[in-house]
Design a protein around this ligand. Structure first.
Ligand SMILES: *Cc1c(COP(=O)(O)O)cnc(C)c1O
Length: 411
């Protein structure tokens, strides 16, 4: 396997050392093949909001597996999960399941283009929307880590209809609209950026995007693959009160199995085959095991008090880290929204891709290694989010803060 991994950020190339190979996970812990135990804050890059091997999820998957792993025909789990998603998301009347977030965004953009009969899209520097060719332009996540904003193998002609704007900068978007007004199918955005590290939207930014897109007949796509069901039942759109035309989901809705989804208003979604002409398909889409894992996760998550608990826990962690930064006197800043955050080695809180890239990645690498030695697993790259889960406890937070203090001292 190239780099020993099946997805680049797992390789530790952005920090140092060799990737930790995991033998199992349980609750807030993961165990490597050498017998080391870590308190895990990667949460499989977001999906595991209940922690590893949550009993409700394991039971649901086992039960589903006994009834067959794939049918290639509709099944009840798909309907149940679809209902739950439609109920939770103000913007979604109809939804189509996929097997990954990449497929969800790829299909969401195709739908926007089919619906508007326009070709151009606007994306933001540092936002990651999976690895479809035309979305791999100044993308975050692994692409940021390795300084390869666009990948070889993507012909220029594939990305020439992708326009780039600056996150939290409405002028950069209206500038593009001045030039390409009637040609832009959609603006696609992570409503809270999390793939360049966490960067929250500034006041009025999402509202501004809603106005610009509505005013020119183009669509607004929220890529809520991370934020969907992490920031509450209705994701970022409910939290910030801005309703997009198309929403892309993934990660949490699969409960740790491969799932994605895209949805929107009935009028738009009716363009998708077989109701409409826009083709989109998948052999394993709506797979019964994945539906079972997703449903079990969302049903548990929905129980009263869970989001409140997760937010309170996360607040204690974030406030604790901010105090430590002051105490140690190191140049660092924490960006956070609910149960996700990033500690940047910058003087001020980053607001976009350019300010994110000012972070001292050598310091992050040292910080990461110190935490790892203390049995704390943060993401092995500066440009990713730390994710808390319902499996974490106040005791974990206290112990983690202790390790963060020592690690920042060492840095
Ligand atoms: C993870 C992610 C994707 C891609 O999802 P995959 O399941 O890895 O294909 C797309 N958009 C965002 C915002 C993501 O975080």
């Amino acid at each position: 396997m190239p780099g020993g991994v099946n997805s680049p950020v797992r390789s530790f190339k952005a920090v140092s050392g060799t990737p930790v190979f995991i033998s199992r996970g349980k609750g807030q812990y993961i165990y490597d093949v050498d017998g080391n135990k870590y308190t895990d804050y990667m949460s499989s890059w977001g999906p595991l909001i209940l922690g590893h091997a949550a009993p409700v999820v394991v039971r649901a998957v086992k039960k589903a597996a006994e009834k067959g792993t794939s049918y290639g025909a509709p099944c009840e789990g798909e309907v149940e999960l679809a209902k739950l998603i439609v109920k939770a998301f103000p913007s979604i009347d109809m939804v189509r399941m996929t097997s990954s977030g990449t497929e969800a965004t790829m299909s969401g953009v195709r739908l926007a283009r089919a619906y508007t009969k326009r070709d151009y899209i606007v994306k933001f520097e540092g936002c990651y929307h999976g690895h479809a060719d035309y979305l791999l332009v100044q993308a975050g996540s692994g692409a940021t880590t390795f300084g390869t904003p666009s990948s070889p193998g993507v012909p220029e002609s594939f990305t020439e209809k992708t326009l780039l704007a600056n996150y939290n900068d409405l002028d950069s978007v209206s500038g593009l609209y001045d030039k390409y007004r009637d040609k832009i199918a959609a603006v696609i955005i992570e409503p809270v950026a999390a793939n360049m590290g966490v960067v929250p939207p500034s006041d009025g930014f999402l509202e501004g995007l809603r106005e610009i897109t509505s005013g020119s007949g183009s669509l607004l796509i929220f890529d809520e693959v991370i934020t969907g069901f992490r920031l509450g039942m209705g994701g970022a759109q409910r939290k910030y009160g801005v309703t997009p035309d198309i929403t892309c989901l993934g990660k949490i809705i699969g409960g740790g199995l491969p799932v994605g989804a895209f949805g929107g208003k009935k009028e738009i979604m009716s363009r998708v085959a077989p109701l409409g002409p826009m083709y989109q398909a998948g052999t394993l889409s709506g797979n019964p095991l994945a539906m079972a894992a997703g449903l079990a996760t969302l049903r548990k998550l929905k129980e009263p008090g869970n989001y409140k608990k997760l937010r309170a826990l996360s607040r204690n962690m974030v406030e604790g880290i901010k105090e430590i930064i002051k105490k140690v006197g190191i140049k660092a800043a924490v960006n956070s929204v609910d149960s996700m955050f990033t500690l940047f080695f910058t003087e001020t809180n980053p607001v976009d891709y350019r300010t994110v890239l000012k972070s001292d990645t050598i310091k992050y690498s040292k910080f990461f290694e110190n935490l790892l030695r203390a049995g704390i697993m943060f993401p092995p790259s500066q440009f990713e989010a730390v994710f808390l889960s319902l499996a974490h406890t106040e005791r974990d937070v206290d112990r983690t803060l202790d390790a963060v203090y020592k690690a920042l001292k060492a840095v």
